[in-house]
Design a protein around this ligand. Sequence first.
Ligand code: PMP
Length: 417
Amino acid sequence: MSIASPSASSSAPSRPPLPFASRAEHLVGSVIDSSVAMLAAYDHDIVKFGMGAPAPDMLPAEDFARLANSVFTPESFTYGETQGEPVLIDALLNYLQETGQIPAEHFGNRDRLVITTGGMQGIDLGFKLFVSPGDLVLCEAPTYTNGSATALSYEAEIAEVPVDDEGMQVDALEDIVARAGRAPSVIYTVPTFQNPAGVTMSLARRQKLLDFAHRHNSVILEDNPYGTLRFSGEDIPSLSQLSPNDPLIFGVRTFSKFVAPGLRIGWLDIDPQLRGLVINAKQTMDSCTSLPTQHMVAKWLNDGNAETHVAHLRSSYGERKATMTAGLERLFGDEIRSTDPDGGFFLWVTFNDETINTEDLMPVALEEGVAYIPGPAFSQTGDFTNALRLCFASAAPDRIEDGLQRLRRAVDKYTST
Ligand code: PMP
């Protein structure tokens, strides 16, 4: 088991001699988010496989431009209800029911949904409610470190649970807990089309994870931004679907990946018993999520856009993933191992040559005109030095091909020096 040191994967910001709270020591930077500013500093063409954002041609910007005028009314320029605009909650509940994304037991139950300012706010609310300083939080390794960093910001101790092709290795949990000498308050997981590995937790493991959580009274923070984006294979029910009316499951969802991240709208799917506390916690953060944006999203859903849009995303991302896996196979062959996701945004590539350090390779790759996120960005302990994450969603197939050829050149240059 590795207990994370707070600044393992990021440079520590400067600290003037001020009376900082103890939690300020635990605010680690996100390598993923800072890559946006880093790329802005380059003025040559770069194929962006780094950030997990939909490609500009996949964003329904024109739909929203048409809707914008109709929501810019005085009513949407004031404060709203903290739990979200009723019109959005109703539209969202309809969408989730029609697409079978919630169990039948929850149909019609508006009290399960709380609108958040992106999935990140949902994650923050979960850890804020359930983590006291020194609590144990289990995270996948590799994991979405913006999630684990949020646990650290509440002064959690993180234990990492390895991930393989079937997701989190749930059989390792009891040993980890025995070694830590205490049960986790929260288990943070991205079980479906995981970020960064793209893998999906099997049904058997989901059931074991639920058993484990019930045995130890641990909350499962189920972060599920990519679940709608399956392009192959059979659907596997989310943990929330598998265990309806379960207060131990804190479901975090977002519109960022299947509509647009710039909207900054997400939602929680939680047991209504938690609603009051969640609302109190959100009030101390932002009072309410942006009203004009909530009204736009509600109209977009009510106009029936989601189904065709998501179908388009699924087929395009399926094609992009196939282009990427074929290109990797052709250009890198048995130099690498790669995951083969059935949905979502990401591939996880590991070089068989363990001396390849993807952080050191990065400047060479950027010079050649291709960006990715190095493996150590996905662990608070800085592991995975010979791995990298590639996002196949952000570039059209011909750009993917081009980007992989640039990556090939970068690896050749790097290994020849
Ligand atoms: N969780 C995971 C696993 C993600 O990949 C992301 C986005 N990269 C988020 C949460 C954050 O979502 P949002 O942009 O809606 O805050």
